[in-house]
Design a protein around this ligand. Structure first.
Ligand code: ADP
Ligand code: ADP
Length: 239
């Protein structure tokens, strides 16, 4: 069944930039989709419209039965709990431990930063530790996030998103600041955990080779419009 259905999505920023010019997309649960296109094509705006970091100018975004373009404050908070985000610059809380970063994913960013771990339930802590094990980060749990390498930090980013038990993960250029070997490892981790947990994933990439290797479907965006939508093997060089 469709988890995401986007119709005629348009975004014109306040400075007049037309970033999305009528996007139509249907996404089935469990798809692992790479969104590709040159810088400025509108990939980031598309992801940001889905979780309402950006307010669309026109169109509908049905997510799990809700039109998110009309969501109120409370519905937007619910939406953001159901949609995990992964960022190019990781966006971790740098001065707290890896474990605590993951706990904040699970409990929301409103929970206290400074209190002892005792504020979290035993079950929450065990679940966070389990997720860190899955991402090979069990030895890094008590390190500060900013002590880790870029690849390790992005694995924490994946762990934090997973800890929300999201229906959908949106990853905005998650490997753009990593070297090729680390990039591949991150994509492998992301792909594996999404498949294991049945999570739908949209990942923005500018590396076509990486997109072809991991995605089950590729969406090509150019100047705010979809110019390709199909399986990786149908993507030819001119697309
Ligand atoms: P909105 O139209 O959604 O209200 P704004 O124009 O207020 O968006 O911009 C939101 C943020 O994006 C601001 O911090 C602004 O500096 C930044 N921004 C503005 N122009 C660009 C751009 N061309 N590319 C990326 N970010 C931009
Ligand atoms: P991509 O992720 O493919 O690089 P973006 O969605 O970031 O593309 O940007 C699409 C277009 O919208 C670009 O022309 C960009 O400069 C512009 N843009 C992005 N964010 C803003 C903003 N907040 N305000 C104004 N223009 C923006």
């Amino acid at each position: 069944s469709s988890i995401l259905e986007i119709r005629n999505l348009r975004k014109v920023y306040t400075d007049g930039t037309s970033a999305l010019q009528g996007i139509d997309l249907q996404v089935q649960q469990g798809e692992f989709i790479a969104v590709i296109g040159p810088s400025g094509a509108g990939k980031s705006t598309l992801l940001r419209c889905i979780n309402r970091l950006v307010q669309p100018s026109e169109g509908t975004v049905m997510f799990n039965g809700m039109d998110t373009t009309k969501a109120s404050g409370g519905q937007i908070r619910k939406l953001r709990r159901e949609v995990g985000m992964i960022f190019q610059s990781f966006n971790l809380i740098e001065r707290v431990t890896v474990l605590r970063n993951v706990l904040h994913g699970r409990l929301g960013y409103m929970s206290s930063f400074s209190g002892a771990l005792g504020l979290f339930s035993k079950r929450d802590i065990e679940e966070a530790m389990h997720i860190l094990h899955r991402l090979g980060l069990h030895d890094q749990m008590y390190k500060r996030a900013d002590e880790l390498s870029g690849g390790q930090q992005q694995r924490v980013g994946i762990a934090r998103a997973l800890s929300q038990q999201p229906l959908l993960i949106l990853a905005d250029e998650p490997i753009a600041s990593l070297d090729p070997v680390t990039s591949e490892s991150i994509m492998k981790h992301l792909h594996t955990v999404c498949r294991e947990d049945g999570i739908t994933c949209l990942v923005n990439l500018h590396q076509v080779d990486v997109a072809k290797k991991f995605a089950t479907r590729i969406i090509g965006i150019h100047k705010g419009s979809v110019v390709f939508d199909g399986p990786p093997e149908q993507l030819t060089d001119e697309a």
